[in-house]
Design a protein around this ligand. Sequence first.
Ligand SMILES: Nc1ncnc2c1ncn2[C@@H]1O[C@H](COP(=O)(O)OP(=O)(O)OP(=O)(O)O)[C@@H](O)[C@H]1O
Ligand SMILES: [Mg+2]
Length: 335
Amino acid sequence: MSMTATDSEHVLLDVRDLNVSFDSPDGVVEAVRNVSFKLDQGRTLGIVGESGSGKSVSTQSIVGLVQGARISGQARFDGRDLLMLAQPELRAIRGPGIAMIFQNPMSCLHPLYPVGWQIMEMIRAHQSVSRSQARLRAIELLGQVGIPRPDVRVDDYPHQYSGGMLQRAMIAMAIALNPRVLIADEPTTALDVTVQAQILRLLRHIQEQFGTAIIMITHDLGVVSEIADDVMVMYAGRAMEQASREALLRRPRHPYTQGLLRSRPQADSLGRALTSIPGQPPSLIAGARGCPFQPRCTQAISRCATDMPPLAVLAADGNDPHRSACWLTQAEDAP
Ligand SMILES: Nc1ncnc2c1ncn2[C@@H]1O[C@H](COP(=O)(O)OP(=O)(O)OP(=O)(O)O)[C@@H](O)[C@H]1O
Ligand SMILES: [Mg+2]
C-alpha cells in the first residue's frame, strides 16, 4: 500500500524492517529478517508459510511475547512504537489493544478454574467492573462465540468443554475487551474442518461487528482464501511475497508461493499440512548467501545461489502493489 495521508489514517499497525534474532550455541539464529507489513482497521492480513518460517516470532515479538531475542525495527500502533515500550506498557496493550488467539486453548486457560471465572478475571484485570457485571459479560461473550446455554456452561471447567468449545472460549477471552487488533496464530489447525469453518465464520462476524483488524497466521492457503484481504508469504524469516488475496491467488509470482498453492491439502480431514515442496526449510543461522529457497526452487538461476533478491514491487495488477523477492519475477517484470 502506498503511504498517502488518507491511507495512513486507517493503518492500525505499521511494522517496518522487523528483525528478530536469537543467540544459539551454533551461532545467531535469524528468525525474522526485514519484515514490513501494515494492518488496516477492519481488514485481515494472512501470514502464510511452512513451519519455522517466522510467522509466530514476527507477531509475538511486537507485543513483547518473545524473550531473549534481539529485536529491531519499528512497530507503530496507536501513535507509539511497540518495540520501544517496557513490559508493563505492553501488558496494558495486550488484551484491549492487541489480543491473541493461539493454536492451543490450554495455553490460555488454566485447567483448574472454571472457564467463565477465567474470562471474568481477565476482564477485571483491565476494567473496573463488579464481579457480577464481569460474570454477565462472560456469559454474553460465551453466547456470542456460540457456546450453547452459556449461563450454565460459564461454570464448567475446561475439561468439560470439547476442543471446538475451548477454541471458542479462548476467542471469547480474546474479544472480551474489544481489541482493535486480533492476532490469531493457527487458531484452527487442531480442529476438524467443520469446526474450522465455524471458527472462521465467527472471526469474520466479530470483524464485521466491531471493525476488528485481524492477523491470521496459518500454513494453509485455504484459510487465507477464506478470510484474508492481504497476504504475506514467509519463508526462512523473510517475506517472500506480499499482495492482496485476489492478486496472490490469481497470479502467485514467487516460486515458493506457487509451490504452497500446489501443495494445498485437498482432502485431509485433520487439516494437516501436506507439504509437497520437496526438501526442507534451511537453517536460519546467520551467514547464508543467496535466496534461502534456492536449494528447493525448480526455477532457480545462478544468481539465486549468491544474491538474495530484494522484496521488490512488481507492476501492480490492481491498486495494491504486489511484491515478490525473486530474481525471476523481477526479470519478468522489467520494462
Ligand atoms: N527462543 C528461541 N530461541 C531460538 N530460536 C527460536 C526461538 N523461538 C523461535 N526460534 C526459531 O525461530 C524460527 C521461527 O519460529 P516461528 O515459531 O516464528 O515459526 P512459525 O512460522 O511460527 O512455525 P510454526 O508453523 O511451526 O508455528 C524457528 O526456526 C525457531 O526455531
Ligand atoms: Mg508458529
